[in-house]
Design a protein around this ligand. Structure first.
Ligand code: 5GP
Length: 181
């Protein structure tokens, strides 16, 4: 099976992704300077973005990982019910935390994460999302860094899955609707 055959189109090609992530890395580096931020990757979707963003940064920083339940299985709609599956290993009290997310859709997942992380008293808490779907937002969340605003289409690739596949594609593509309808 060729995963590419199940795509309606490529939305963001690899070279545009990499160029934007390079810009974000430079911007984050300028903003944090010597603050030694902790980048918190939201697994599994954020893993490609985290690894490229981290390499695009030229300041000292640390990495940690967290997993939150989201759609699960073959679903393409958020249930709005989220829970922690894997927690951080670091103590974030008095740390400058930057949450690195693949995509913000309704905002439920991020809203839940931000609430939990804030109870741990970080020195600061900011959000860096590669993709933003503003059309579907339910929760009012401030995104401090955004790679791309995208239309309301179900996307895969560069960490984002459908039924656990497509994460390895080096670009963002739109899945053919017949794949999930
Ligand atoms: P939210 O809670 O903001 O509605 O959804 C956030 C999560 O839903 C993301 O972290 C991601 O796992 C998943 N998600 C939202 N939109 C898409 C999409 O277009 N494609 C994929 N593969 N996952 C999505």
């Amino acid at each position: 099976m060729r995963l590419e055959d199940n795509l309606a189109k490529i939305l963001i090609p690899s070279d545009r992704l990499q160029a934007r992530i390079y810009e974000l890395g430079a911007q984050v580096s300028r903003d944090y300077g010597d603050l030694r931020p902790l980048l918190v990757c939201v697994l599994k979707g954020g893993v490609m973005f985290l690894s490229d963003l981290s390499r695009a940064m030229n300041i000292p920083h640390e990495l940690d990982f967290m997993a939150i339940s989201s759609y699960g299985g073959k679903r393409v709609e958020s249930s709005g019910v989220v829970r922690i599956i894997l927690d951080l290993t670091s103590n974030i009290e008095n740390r400058h935390v930057l949450v690195v997310e693949d995509i913000v859709d309704t905002g439920h997942t991020l809203n839940y994460m931000v609430d939990i992380l804030n109870t741990r008293n970080p020195a600061s808490l900011k959000i860096c999302a590669l993709l933003n779907k503003p059309a579907r937002r339910d929760k009012d969340i401030q995104l401090d860094y955004v790679g791309f605003d995208i239309p309301n289409e179900f996307v895969v690739g560069y960490g984002l899955d459908f039924d656990e596949l497509y994460r390895n594609l080096p670009y963002i593509g739109v899945l053919k609707p017949e794949m999930y309808s």
